[in-house]
Design a protein around this ligand. Structure first.
Ligand code: ASP
Length: 339
């Protein structure tokens, strides 16, 4: 894969430190700051979260907590059969089973909850919240997570839609000409079986400066059964520190776990970086790890001052923000451009 490098990345990677400190100032200027209006409410999400930021903002305006806001905002996307990377209609694992991962963090208490490889339950974000609120534990996976959901009255259902089943079947049939699966005659065979990724991350801060976050996903499409990505890993797919800010991720989970991305972004903000340079600096760690051939990854971040940003390893990603006046879709900052 050929790639060009964004000017910001090139400068910060190659110039002397005296110049790079100037550059940091320049990059800090890129972070967006929500209008300090009377509400001081702010919600951001990944690019698939426009409905989520609208719902979350409505909850905040009605006096709900940031935790209610982010979880119920994300539930809308989990319920959407057209979003193939989250909840109901999410693309399944290699066996055709949908396995969901999610995490939540509540800033005021620093509490966290997560579920991984969860089958049959469409709203893993609500279940992660219950793990946080109704157990002494942080992370439940697989059968145990399912039993916990059933104990709390969640309904078991088939999460595969007709569309997601068809896409899995196409992937399965085209995977190899050495197995027993054969694509139907005349069917147009795609050049390469597509394995899309998708996740939602949503972060909110309210007028008191309280912060919460959620990350929810069906993970990389057609994954190995039992594979858990970064989304439910506290510190990788999500991290909230009520004194500093919050960060979350979408994209290649393995790359993110290796740099403990969301926690790293928050720690950079603790050291004084604005959200955008904090996200970009964390992405540089991924570039260095993968020696120039990294998979795509995005971070979303907001801080206590209500500055916010999103950055993606490759150019072209978008994110959503609601600043209390309107919901907007914006381009993410980036490091590399695919040729
Ligand atoms: N981060 C998710 C995972 O690795 C997938 C994605 O965001 O596309 O499971």
């Amino acid at each position: 894969m050929g790639a060009t490098i964004s000017r910001r990345f090139l400068l910060s990677s190659t110039l002397a430190s005296s110049i790079s400190s100037l550059l940091e100032l320049d990059m800090m200027g890129q972070s967006q700051s929500a209008p300090q209006g009377p509400s001081q409410l702010l919600v951001i999400s990944s690019g698939n979260g426009i409905k989520a930021v609208e719902k979350a903002m409505a909850i905040l305006k009605a006096g709900g907590s940031t935790l209610d806001a982010v979880v119920e905002g994300v539930v809308l996307v989990e319920d959407d059969p057209e979003d193939d990377g989250v909840g109901y209609g999410g693309l399944p694992n290699a066996d055709g089973e949908v396995e969901l991962d999610a995490s939540v963090m509540y800033g005021p208490t620093g509490a966290a909850g997560a579920v991984g490889a969860l089958r049959y339950i469409r709203n893993p974000s609500r279940l992660a919240r219950l793990v946080m609120e109704r157990t002494n534990r942080v992370f439940l996976v697989g059968e145990g997570a399912l039993q916990f959901a059933l104990a709390h009255g969640f309904h078991k259902e088939d999460l595969l839609t007709e569309k997601s089943r068809q896409r899995w079947l196409q992937w399965k049939e085209e995977l190899s000409d050495k197995d027993d699966w054969v694509a139907p005659p005349k069917k147009e065979i795609s050049q390469k079986p597509e394995r899309p990724q998708g996740t939602i991350n949503c972060l909110a801060i309210d007028a008191q400066g309280d912060i919460s976050g959620v990350t929810s996903t069906s993970g990389i499409a057609f994954k190995m059964p039992g594979r858990v990505g970064d989304s439910p890993i506290i510190g990788a797919g999500l991290y909230v520190d009520n004194k500093v800010g919050a960060a979350g991720s979408t994209g290649n989970g393995e790359a993110n776990i290796r740099v403990v991305g969301a926690h790293t972004v928050v720690e950079f903000m603790r050291q004084g970086m604005a959200p955008e340079p904090a996200c970009l600096e964390t992405l540089r760690r991924v570039v260095n790890l993968y020696k120039g051939n990294p998979p795509n990854l995005s971070f979303y971040a907001l801080n206590k001052k209500r500055e916010f940003a999103a950055a993606s390893l490759f150019k072209g990603a978008k994110y959503c923000v609601h600043d209390g006046t309107r919901a907007m879709i914006r381009p993410c900052a980036w490091l590399l451009e695919k040729k």
